[in-house]
Every structure is written in C-alpha cells, then in structure tokens.
Design a protein around this ligand. Structure first.
Ligand code: PTJ
Length: 243
C-alpha cells in the first residue's frame, strides 16, 4: 500500500502498475529496467514537458495529420502506461495502431492487443512479415501497417528500427526521455518527454491545427535542435540544482 502522502507517490504507483503488468506478460521484465532509465531522464528534466518538447509535439501532430498513412507503433511499456492516451490519439489523428515488440511472443502480442482493444483501439491485424530489414523481431510488421506507412510514431525504444524506417523513406516521430538514444538521434522529430504527457499534448494539437499551420510546421524540420535543447535544459538544471 503506497501512502498518497509519499513525495514520490505518482512514480511509485506507476512502478507498481508496470510490475503488475509483467504478470500478464504485457510488460517484459526488461521493460522494467527500460522504465528505470526513462525515470532517471525524467528526473533530470524536472518531470514536466519543456517548451522545446511541446514544439516537437506540435510538429508531430502536424506530421500525423498531413500523412497519407500514419501508424502508431506500440510495445509492452507503451501499452501498459498509455493505452487510454493512444486511443485518444487514434481518434484525433485517424492513425493506424500496430503492436511491434522487441521481446516478441504470440502470447504477448495477444495480451497487448486485448488491452488496447479494451480501450477502444482499432488494430492492424493479420499476418506479419520481416518487411523491416532487422535481424530481430522489431523487423516484423504488417503490410498495411508499418510497411506502407509514410509517418510512424515510435514510443519508447532505443535501437536500430528508427534508422531502418528512415532508410525505407518514412518519417519517424520518436517519444523517448533519453535525448542521447539512437532513436532520438535519428528521428525526424525526437520528442524528449514522458510518453503519457507527450501523447496527450500531440492529441490536443491534432484537434487544434489548421491546414496552413500544418503546412508551415512540416516544411522544414530540424530534429537535432530538440536534442540540443534537452541537453542544454538538463545542463542548466544541474548547474542550478543547489541554488
Ligand atoms: O515490449 P517490448 O518487448 O517491445 O520491449 C519494450 C522495451 C521498452 C523493453 C524495449 O523497447 C527496450 O529495451 O527499450 P530500450 O532500448 O530500453 O529503450 C527504451 C527507451 O525509452 C529508453 O531510452 C528510455 O529512456 C525511454 N523511456 C522509458 N520510459 C519512458 C521512456 N520514454 C518516455 N516515457 C517513458 N515513460
């Protein structure tokens, strides 16, 4: 029982939720360590959305709305933390949602799909094939999902898939609290923010943006600027932490 008065109440509740989700296979045991890395970066970022991340989230919304075939990729941690927020973003953006796992088993795919569907999410279903040239299971995807996508939202991973998607000519929106991750570095738009905060903000922008703004926001995107902003923000906070 976690007392609400605990100064880290929210964080402890989230940890407990993720630990519970390992029992149904929705979150992998490795997912718990991945969450710890995210928490550490969120701590450094002050556990709130920075102005720079909010700008990235606006561009992400514009990219999703301007896409012909937007896809949201969902892994175990993302499903456990943000099923409700993904449902809302799907409504607002009309993006397809596809389960894509690193630690892939058919049981986990099924458990995560069930959780997402319980939240009202429509999934790309059916056979998968190794359409993304990777020698691990993140390479498996659906023809009418990620394979045909022009914009892919990739939350919570630090690996080689983002680069592979870019090499296939797709635009990649990453959500990752680690500004130094491979995924953040290569993404068209790296969103250095916590996944639930980021998804809520992107959904909000999806309901607000008009066509002129969408065109302006997607014209000329400089992803590395968001990484510099996040590192500078952390540097400033560390220098002033004892003031
Ligand atoms: O469910 P699976 O099998 O697909 O596995 C999912 C994990 C997350 C285990 C897998 O993708 C993995 O190993 O990821 P990495 O390489 O640890 O990368 C996860 C990234 O997400 C790290 O850079 C973390 O900083 C970041 N992260 C963790 N929690 C959050 C986060 N970013 C945003 N919001 C979070 N809540």
């Amino acid at each position: 029982m976690i007392p609400e008065s605990h100064p880290r109440y929210k964080s402890l509740v989230t940890r407990e939720k993720l630990a519970q989700y390992t029992k149904t296979g929705i979150v992998s045991l490795e997912g718990l360590t991945a969450h710890g890395r995210g928490e550490a970066f969120d701590y450094l970022l002050g556990e709130e959305t920075t102005e720079s991340a909010l700008r990235a989230e606006k561009i992400a919304a514009a990219l999703l709305l301007s896409a012909n075939h937007p896809v949201i990729s969902v892994n175990g941690n993302t499903a456990a933390l943000a099923a409700k927020e993904i449902a809302q973003l799907q409504q607002a953006s009309q993006a397809r949602v596809e389960v894509n796992l690193f630690h892939r088993t058919e049981e986990r795919v099924q458990a995560i799909s069930d959780l997402l569907q319980e939240h009202g999410i429509t999934l790309v279903e059916g056979a998968v094939s190794r359409y993304i040239p990777l020698d691990h299971d993140r390479g498996l995807c659906h023809y009418d999902g990620m394979y045909s996508a022009d914009v892919v939202l990739v939350p919570l991973e630090d690996g080689d898939r983002a680069q592979a998607l870019i090499d296939l000519g797709k635009k990649v929106i990453a959500i990752d609290l680690n500004p130094l991750s491979r995924t953040s570095k290569v993404a068209t738009v790296p969103i250095i923010d916590e996944v639930t905060r980021a998804l809520v903000n992107i959904t909000g922008f999806c309901t607000e943006l008009g066509q002129d703004e969408i065109t302006r926001l997607t014209e000329d995107i400089h992803g590395t600027g968001f990484i510099r902003d996040a590192l500078e923000y952390i540097r400033e906070r560390l220098l002033n932490v004892l003031d």
